[in-house]
Design a protein around this ligand. Structure first.
Ligand code: ZN
Ligand code: ZN
Length: 129
């Protein structure tokens, strides 16, 4: 019987402690700026989902938004799209290739061909930065 009491008080403590932790996390994270999901412009609660697209770290609120982004990144990127083989932000959204479910864009067919031959090497290169 005693162990049951200990167990239930631990359980209650757990429930009570949790919202405090979340409040603290939200406070520390929002100290720099308000976090907004890139896809649906919703305010991101907690830490959200950070996703790296080529050389940019993006913040998304849910897995649904992550999937929507991967399908059509050009819709959500407000700056220039990077063409990985040449490293310039001059990719054309009409020239794209899907790798591991993520769409990438290129400045021309030549770059697209280079990427498709050795996609992982280009992705690794930009992931290091
Ligand atoms: Zn979202
Ligand atoms: Zn290019």
């Amino acid at each position: 019987m005693k162990s049951l009491v200990i167990f239930s008080s631990l359980f209650i403590l757990g429930i009570v402690a949790l919202p405090h932790e979340n409040t603290f996390a939200a406070y520390t994270q929002s100290s720099d700026s308000l976090k907004i999901c890139l896809v649906d412009s919703e305010q991101v609660s907690g830490s959200g989902i950070s996703y790296r697209y080529i050389d940019r770290d993006l913040l998304l609120c849910s897995e649904g938004c992550e999937m929507a982004f991967k399908k059509e990144p050009a819709k959500y990127m407000n700056e220039g799209l990077k063409c990985m083989p040449c490293g310039e932000d001059d990719a054309n959204k009409e020239i794209s290739s899907v790798h591991n479910g993520v769409k990438y864009y290129f400045c021309g067919k030549g770059c697209k061909g280079k990427f498709e031959k050795d996609a992982q090497r280009y992705l690794d290169k930009f992931n290091e930065n």
